[in-house]
Design a protein around this ligand. Structure first.
Ligand code: HEM
Length: 407
C-alpha cells in the first residue's frame, strides 16, 4: 500500500464508479471520460486514482495482456467498493486468478458450457420460462418481472446445468444476489456470509455426490477431476460456488434491463415481434447496448504503453465495457439501439482469457426469456413510468431493482 499512498491525488479525476440514472444508458459522466481520450483518470472511493479504459481498440489490446492481473490480493489492486476490502484474503476462482492457475480451472469448467450442451438444455429452459409465465398469469394481470420471472429463470437453469437440487434454488437466488449486487460497507458482511453459506452447501453436496454421483456438471467434475486428484474438494466447491453465483444475478439483471429497454424502444420491439429470426442478433445488441457488467478491474504488474499513455506497474486499470461498446469508432451510431446491427463484436462478456464462460447459457436464456414473454404476453407494458424504475447501485452488475409490469 505504501507506494499507492504516496501518489498524488489528481483533482481533475472524477469519482468512479459512476451511477447510471437510466438503467440502460451510460452514466452522465461517461462523456467527459471519453473526451479525455482512450484512457481517462478517475478517483476511487479510497482516494486512489486509476485508469478507465474507454477506447475499444485499447481495451481489446489490454484485456488479454498478461501484464494486467485480476488478483485482488495485490495491494495495488483498484477497489471498486469498500466491501471488496473484506474479500481480499482469498482469490475468487476463475475470475480472480491469473494464469496458469486460471487456465487450469477454466479448462476444467468450460466443457460444461459448450454450445451443444447448452442447446440440449433449451427445451428445459423453455419449460421453466413457460411455467413462470403461467404462474404470473394465474395471479392476475400484473407482476414484478424481476422476482416473478427474471430471477427464478436463470436460477433454475443453472441448478439444472450443475445438477443441484431444484428445491434449493430459492436459497441460492437470494444469497447470490447479496454476493454480486450489494456495494455498501454494511453489506460486506452479508455478502461474505452469503458466499460462505453457498460454499458450505456445495462442499457438503460434493461429499454426498462422491458416494452417489448423478448426471449434472458438478457430478462430472467430481468423477472426472476430484476422484482423479486433479482438484480437491475445497477448490471444487469454490469453483462451483463461482459458477452458481455467476449463473444467477447476471442473466437475472440482463432479462429485467432488456425488457425495459425493448419496452422503451417500441419500434425495435415491433420489428423483433414481426421477425423472431432477429432474436439472436437482438440479444447481442442488447448485451452491447446495456453493457451490464461494465467495469472490469485490473492491476498492472509491469509498465504498459497503450493509446499514447504509460500505465505504470502498480497502476489500477478499469476497463469499461460500456465505454468500449459505445465507442463510435467501433460501432456506427453507437448510442442507438439497433437490433439489426452486427453487434457480435461487443465486449459485454469481456475479452481475452477471462471472457465469460457462461455466454452460451446467457444467450440461450435471453433468447428464450424474451421470446416467451413477448409472444405469450402481447400487451406486456410497464406498470409505472420508466423514470420511476429504480436503478441498482453502480458496482459489479447493472440492473433494475424491481420491474412492475402489466399485460
Ligand atoms: C447476462 C449475462 C452475463 C454477462 C453480461 C456476463 C459478463 C461477464 C464478463 C464481462 C466477464 C469477464 C470479467 C472480467 O474480465 O473481469 C465474465 C466472466 C465470467 N462469467 Fe459471465 N456474464 C454473464 C452470464 C454468465 C453466466 C450465466 C455464467 C454462468 C456460470 C457466467 C460465468 C462467468 C464466469 C465463471 C466468468 C469468469 C471466467 C474466467 O475468469 O475465466 N456468466 N462474465
Amino acid at each position: 500500500m505504501a507506494e499507492a499512498d504516496t501518489r498524488q491525488i489528481e483533482p481533475e479525476a472524477p469519482a468512479y464508479p459512476m451511477q447510471r440514472t437510466c438503467p440502460y444508458q451510460p452514466p452522465e459522466g461517461y462523456e467527459q471520460l471519453r473526451e479525455q481520450g482512450p484512457l481517462a483518470r478517475v478517483t476511487l472511493f479510497d482516494g486512489r486514482t486509476a485508469w478507465v479504459v474507454a477506447g475499444n481498440t485499447e481495451g481489446r489490446a489490454l484485456l488479454p495482456d498478461p501484464r494486467l492481473s485480476v488478483d485482488v490480493r495485490n495491494p495495488d489492486f483498484p477497489l471498486m467498493a469498500p466491501r471488496i476490502e473484506a474479500q481480499r484474503q482469498r482469490a475468487t476462482p476463475l475470475i480472480g486468478v491469473d494464469d496458469p492457475e486460471h487456465a487450469r480451472q477454466r479448462r476444467m469448467s468450460i466443457p460444461g458450457f459448450g454450445i451443444r450442451r447448452i442447446n440440449a438444455l433449451r427445451p428445459e429452459i423453455e419449460k421453466i420460462a413457460d411455467t413462470l409465465i403461467d404462474n404470473m398469469m394465474a395471479k392476475g394481470s400484473s407482476a414484478n418481472l424481476v422476482t416473478d420471472f427474471a430471477l427464478p429463470l436463470p436460477s433454475k437453469a443453472i441448478c439444472l446445468l450443475l445438477g443441484i437440487p431444484y428445491e434449493d434454488h430459492d436459497y441460492f437466488a437470494e444469497r447470490s444476489r447479496h454476493v454480486l449486487s450489494s456495494s455498501g460497507d454494511e453489506q460486506a458482511a452479508q455478502a461474505q456470509q452469503a458466499f460462505g453459506d453457498i460454499l458450505k452447501y456445495l462442499y457438503d453436496l460434493i461429499g454426498e455426490r462422491e458416494a452417489d454421483p448423478r448426471d449434472g456438471l458438478l457430478d462430472e467434475l467430481i468423477t472426472q477431476r476430484l476422484l482423479e486428484g486433479a482438484v480437491d474438494r475445497n477448490e471444487l466447491a469454490m469453483i462451483a460456488t463461482v459458477l452458481l453465483v455467476s449463473g444467477h444475478e447476471t442473466t437475472a439483471n440482463m432479462i429485467g434491463i432488456s425488457v425495459l429497454t425493448l419496452l422503451e424502444h417500441p419500434e425495435q420491439l415491433a420489428a423483433l415481434r414481426a421477425d423472431p429470426e432477429l432474436m439472436p442478433g437482438a440479444v447481442d445488441e442488447l448485451f452491447r447496448f446495456t453493457s451490464i457488467g461494465d467495469t472490469l478491474p485490473r492491476v498492472a504488474t509491469e509498465d504498459i504503453e497503450v493509446g499514447g499513455q504509460l500505465i505504470k506497474a502498480g497502476d489500477g486499470v478499469i476497463v469499461s465495457n460500456m465505454l468500449m461498446n459505445r465507442d463510435p469508432s467501433a460501432f456506427e451510431n453507437a448510442d442507438q439501439l439497433d437490433i439489426r446491427r452486427a453487434a457480435g463484436r461487443h465486449v459485454a462478456f469481456g475479452f481475452g482469457i477471462h471472457q465469460c464462460i457462461g455466454q452460451n447459457l446467457a444467450r440461450a436464456e435471453m433468447e428464450i426469456a424474451l421470446n416467451r414473454l413477448f409472444s405469450r404476453l402481447p400487451n406486456l407494458r410497464l406498470a409505472i413510468p420508466a423514470s420511476e424504475v429504480q436503478v441498482k447501485p453502480a458496482f459489479v452488475l447493472q440492473g433494475v431493482e424491481d420491474l412492475p409490469v402489466t399485460w
